[in-house]
Design a protein around this ligand. Structure first.
Ligand code: ADP
Length: 166
């Protein structure tokens, strides 16, 4: 069986936490599809195309460094995740789990997705210790207040935020 997984999220912007999940997720799957959700978030910092470009750039450099094992691609979707997963022939939804904060929401979403399609398993990877507290929303807030975000996100994101100005 080909293991195809969807790793969905807003990725606004991609953080070191996301990249860690992508790297570890790739070793569990034949094809990992990082899927940028079009309908989430009210006032995004980056457009969908910008988020995809940042993700693709980082994935390419992880591939070059030999950190990625399976095939990893980036895509975008609208509407229900479970519909997109079915269309992509995915048998797995991959999510990252940070201590406490993510549990309630993920628990509920997994249960509802499972009722809609029993054949697609949601698989969780625990956030690595050093990334536990990293969240895109906090990165945006810190950047907005001119704080140093360089230990939370890759350099390309630091640059992208810097070049946007205010
Ligand atoms: P969403 O709007 O779906 O929460 P995010 O881009 O914030 O989108 O997160 C996408 C996925 O990545 C979620 O499963 C989330 O729990 C996970 N994630 C976010 N930040 C981290 C992190 N620091 N470490 C591990 N997983 C993370």
């Amino acid at each position: 069986m080909t293991r195809i997984a969807i790793y969905p999220g807003s990725f606004d912007p991609v953080t070191n936490g996301h990249l860690d999940i992508i790297q570890r997720g790739s070793s569990l799957t034949d094809h990992l599809i990082v899927a940028v959700a079009r309908n989430a978030g009210k006032s995004p910092m980056f457009s969908i195309d910008e988020r995809i470009a940042l993700l693709e750039n980082e994935i390419k450099s992880m591939e070059k460094d030999g950190l990625i094992s399976g095939k990893v691609t980036v895509n975008t979707f609208t509407g229900l995740l479970i519909d997109y997963a079915e269309k992509s022939n995915a048998n797995m939804i991959l999510r990252g789990l940070r201590a406490v904060t993510d549990f309630e929401y993920e628990f509920q979403m997994t249960g509802m997705n499972r009722r809609m399609n029993r054949d697609i398993e949601t698989v969780f990877l625990m956030a690595s210790e050093r990334n536990q507290f990293i969240a895109s929303s906090m990165v945006k807030e810190i950047a907005d207040l001119d704080g140093d975000i360089s230990s939370f996100v890759p350099n390309s994101v630091v640059e992208a935020i810097r070049s946007r100005g205010k």
